[in-house]
Design a binder for this molecule. Structure first.
Ligand code: NMX
Ligand code: MLT
Length: 435
């Protein structure tokens, strides 16, 4: 068995034993109360899931094994000559629980490389779709076609022992992560570059090879992809894409089916599609104001117009965070280092100076600060990737690292079918003696 798998199994067995003791000793401990408002209002603040890969703090943002985004940027291994962390290294951290050595990352990159072949029928399935279809739909169709390769589904059909679920899930996880960049690059090249594909380069790391297949060989863009793939990878378990993947996986739907379900959630404008909405909103603002560099006053008026039309300001607000998202700050730092004079990037920063005050003044927005999506598009536009409808596919490729790691943990820890109780309003009224 590959060393990576052996190490993961050791970690999972250790944690599994700890959880068993915890439940034996504290299984009946009450850890919170649920209000009526919470069950009607999206379960905000209700703890109901265990996700091992990362933990979100409302003030400090996301942490992976206690490491913040700035710490990850510092501590994770980098590509030769690069300054941004390698996403393979973050995957290793989420699976094995420690910062990998450079040779561990090289082994993992090589293992993904060996598994990266995508069968032709997957491209044919995507090719059969009309070109105008949204890139996220084309991407998910590709994943669904690839489901035919699921090791978990095949082994389950042949009578898989419960004890071996984890290994089949990990097989699918590695294969899927290895193949996603090729599928995602196909979507981009077919939709925006006349179907002219760029062949993968087996000498490159996972993110750099993705950049290369998209058609962007600029070293700085490769660095951006490494950073992008790291910061979008995971955001604990309650966000729509992670939660959907976990939920569907709990029915023992294989990783392809589960990941596709999660990505259909990522494709919603309140979640991952917000990255395309941000740049579309800025482009429309520039067009309406007839300037590439709107002033703070002009931006303020445009924000108020957006709100008056009953729309949200994309890229701002969060269900858990109550501060500027450190993923936004990491991208701002990248912008300051590589493109301090870019007009669009400067507009993103001016929006940051303007929007929070306006949202705060509404008195109802719990978090007026920017999230990850407020910044990502402007950096991509700088390098020529202007096709904003594609942006959520980039988010999806990165998110695979987190949600699929979590799925491996779910199966290794023997997590059961997820099936909470629901009620009708009539039943609520009966509880409250109102009927
Ligand atoms: N612009 C305008 N209104 C907002 C915004 C915003 N950016 N954020 C929250 N509100 C409103 C929200 O619509 C709600 O109004 P109402 O009571 O009239 O329905 C009110 O403020 C209270 O909402 P919150 O409790 O602050 O936010 P909630 O937890 O329900 O929703 C989001 C969180 C992220 C869905 C919300 O902030 C939003 O719609 N933001 C814009 C879309 C976005 O950027 N999404 C990306 C999130 C990150 N990601 O990548 O997934
Ligand atoms: C995410 O990265 O999943 C988003 O910030 C949404 C969330 O955490 O709810």
């Amino acid at each position: 068995m590959e060393q990576f798998k052996v190490k993961f199994k050791e970690q999972a067995d250790k944690l599994g034993a700890e959880i068993k003791t915890l439940l034996q000793e504290h299984g009946n401990t009450v850890i919170g109360e649920t209000t009526l408002a919470q069950i009607y209002q999206g379960m905000r603040g209700m703890t109901a899931l265990v996700t091992e890969t990362s933990l979100l703090d409302a003030q400090d943002g996301i942490r992976f094994k206690r490491r913040s985004i700035p710490e990850l940027r510092e501590q994770l291994p980098k590509a030769k000559g690069g300054a941004e962390p390698l996403p393979e290294a973050l995957f290793y951290l989420m699976m094995i629980g420690e910062i990998p050595e450079e040779k561990d990352v090289e082994n993992l990159s090589a293992m993904l490389q060996r598994r990266s072949h995508v069968p032709a029928y997957v491209f044919d399935a995507m090719e059969a779709l009309p070109e105008e279809i949204h890139p996220m739909t084309m991407f998910v169709v590709g994943i669904m076609a690839l489901q035919n390769e699921s090791v978990f589904a095949q082994r389950y059909a042949n009578g898989l022992n419960k004890k071996d679920y984890w290994e089949a899930t990990l097989e699918d996880t590695l294969n899927l992560i290895a193949r996603l960049p090729h599928i995602a690059a196909f979507v981009y090249r077919r939709k925006y570059k006349g179907g002219k594909m760029v062949q993968p380069d087996g000498m490159l790391d996972w993110a750099a090879n993705f950049a290369h297949m998209l058609g962007y060989d600029n070293e700085e863009f490769k660095e951006l992809m490494r950073l992008y793939m790291v910061i979008h990878a995971d955001h604990e378990g309650g966000n729509v894409s992670a939660h959907a993947t976990h939920l569907v996986g709990s029915a023992l739907s294989d990783p392809y089916l589960s990941y596709a379900a999660g990505m259909n959630g990522l494709a919603g404008p309140l979640h991952g599609l917000a990255n395309q909405e941000v740049i579309k909103w800025i482009f429309e603002m520039q067009q309406e104001l007839k300037t590439d560099a709107p002033t703070a006053e002009q931006i303020g008026d445009y924000v108020k117009k957006t709100l008056n039309e009953g729309k949200v300001v994309p890229g701002y607000g969060h269900a858990v965070l109550r501060q500027t998202d450190p993923r936004f700050t990491a991208q701002m730092e990248f912008g300051k280092k590589h493109m301090p004079d870019d007009l669009l990037v400067n507009t993103v920063w001016r929006i940051y100076e303007t929007v929070p005050g306006i949202l705060q003044s509404l008195g109802k927005v719990k978090n007026p600060w920017p999230n990850v999506d407020a910044h990502s598009g402007a950096l991509l536009v700088h390098y020529g990737l202007k096709e904003y409808e594609y942006y959520t596919v980039l988010f999806a490729v990165s998110r695979a690292l987190g949600v699929l790691s979590s799925l491996c943990w779910d199966r290794a820890l023997g997590m059961p079918l997820e099936r909470p109780k629901s009620v009708t309003t009539a039943a609520v009224k009966r509880w409250l003696n109102k009927e």
